[in-house]
Design a protein around this ligand. Structure first.
Ligand SMILES: [Mn+2]
Length: 476
């Protein structure tokens, strides 16, 4: 290696996420990404590598698109390439937002063709839904490897050897037709770094806190490649503070005094403040009164979590939902549902405040029809995984929690009403079960309706001698 090469590796910016309905928080997510770009320019790195989920949603607003465009343009002006892959959150059916930015000259979409930076070649694999991982065809990389000293692969997946892994890094390394020296990852929001044989594997963490579970300082990676090999170091991103306040209730008459006293011990101005209430379950308090007190002390976002509700009382990760924020509760629940493409599409339409109620039906029908229109029903859909996804990560600890992925696969639920049903989550576990039962019925009925609506025989596989039959839901 003649010249040292310096790269920034970042991921999971989730631009456009209006966390807690806060426009300020939307700006925070944008600012965090902007900080990474500013650092890249200050450090004069050779490239910024983004491992997916630049946007929080497949439908970012025009403001999100333009604001991001402005930040990427700064990189372009500085002559620093922005190399990226598509994450699961932002993934669209065909053409991606990244393609738009590539057309505008401010980004490069990584793939099977190596992107060469001196002696380094960079490859990318867009987010692959969990059910499709066993089918991944490594031969797309055949004859693509070039004679570079170092090969870097960028992916957006939950990978082994980490405990949450769904895809094995060793398999990837073994199956690719060239040596892989580093796998730069996105999707998991917490920083991780390890080595498999001679290959580095690392997650930089998300650039902003996507949930209260992401308590650690946010960061990105600086990858230095020189004559001594690859060095990976972590740099912190200054982000808005989250303050966690414990309030233990003991006595009915003094409950507010105790909570307010606990709050007063902290400087909470302009911060996201989470008050965790524990203690005597008989003591009742008004959440709105606590919220008002937090706001009077200039908290940006007041969040109350009553840990006395439900089982476990204290360290149960399922009670991460605020009473004061039903929208967040809905978002959390929808993530757990593992909605399919069609499910997400319907959910978006139902919850979009700009769509009038009377238009919802027609619009849903129109979009589903368009989705079906573009589908290739000649490919059989594999049913490898058990249908209930919630059981797959039973050991997930609160700190390991990251935004659940809408894998666009298992039809657990397909419910337009689902979002409206969940307003306040009291006992998450119990409610989930009941909800699912109801929703599963909906799915069956809906499939029939869809078939009628389109007037097509969508189950064309029936006539083939295929051993297994698939219905429309498998494709959506
Ligand atoms: Mn993400």
């Amino acid at each position: 290696m003649e010249n040292e090469i310096k790269l920034i590796h970042t991921a999971d910016s989730h631009i456009g996420y209006r966390q807690y309905h806060s426009e300020v928080r939307r700006q925070d997510f944008l600012d965090a990404f902007s900080v990474v770009v500013s650092d890249a320019i200050d450090m004069q790195v050779d490239a910024v590598i983004h491992a997916g989920d630049l946007f929080d949603s497949r439908n970012p607003t025009l403001d999100d698109i333009l604001d991001t465009m402005a930040i990427l343009s700064r990189l372009k002006t500085a002559g620093i390439p922005f190399l990226a892959i598509v994450g699961n959150h932002e993934s669209k059916q065909y053409t991606q937002w990244l393609d738009l930015y590539e057309k505008m000259g401010v980004a490069t979409r990584l793939g099977t063709e190596p992107y060469r930076i001196g002696e380094v070649a960079v490859y990318g694999i867009d987010s692959v839904p969990k059910s499709k991982i066993p089918l991944f065809d490594y031969s797309v990389f055949d004859n693509k490897g070039i004679d570079a000293h170092y090969n870097i692969l960028v992916m957006h997946q939950l990978m082994n050897p980490f405990s949450f892994g769904e895809w094995d890094c060793e398999e990837v390394i073994r199956s690719l037709p060239f040596d892989v020296h580093a796998i730069l990852l996105g999707d998991y929001h917490k920083y991780e770094k390890t080595k498999i044989g001679e290959t580095w594997v690392t997650y930089p963490g998300s650039t902003e806190r996507n949930s209260t579970a992401e308590r650690e300082v946010r960061s990105y990676n600086v990858i230095t490649i020189g004559s001594t090999g690859i060095d990976i170091s972590r740099r912190n991103i200054p982000t808005r503070e989250f303050v966690f306040i414990q309030a233990v209730l003991r006595d009915n008459s003094k409950s507010y005094e105790e909570i307010f006293a606990a709050i007063k011990e902290h400087d909470i101005a302009d911060k996201v403040v989470v008050v965790d209430i524990s203690g005597d379950p008989e003591v009742s308090v008004s959440y709105s009164e606590i919220e008002d007190f937090l706001l009077s002390r200039k908290a940006l976002v007041p969040k109350i979590r009553d840990l006395r509700i439900g089982e476990g009382m204290t360290s149960d990760s399922s009670i991460g939902v605020s009473f004061s924020d039903p929208d967040e509760a809905v978002k959390e629940e929808i993530k757990k549902m593992k909605l399919t493409n069609a499910g997400l599409l319907i959910d978006e339409i139902v919850r979009d405040p700009s769509i009038v109620k009377s238009k919802v039906d027609a619009l849903a029908e129109e979009r589903i029809a368009a989705l079906i229109e573009g589908m290739d029903f000649t490919n059989p859909v594999p049913q490898i995984l058990p249908p209930v996804v919630d059981m797959e990560r039973p050991l997930q600890k609160p700190e390991e929690f990251h935004k659940e992925e809408a894998d666009l696969e298992n039809i657990d639920s397909l419910s337009a009403e689902g979002s409206a049903k969940i307003t306040v989550i009291e006992d998450v576990t119990e409610k989930n079960v009941t909800e699912k039962e109801v929703i599963e019925k909906d799915v069956t009925e809906r499939k029939v309706t869809e078939k009628e609506a389109t007037g097509k025989d969508v189950t064309t596989t029936e006539k083939k001698p295929a051993p297994r039959q698939y219905n429309l839901g498998d494709y959506l």
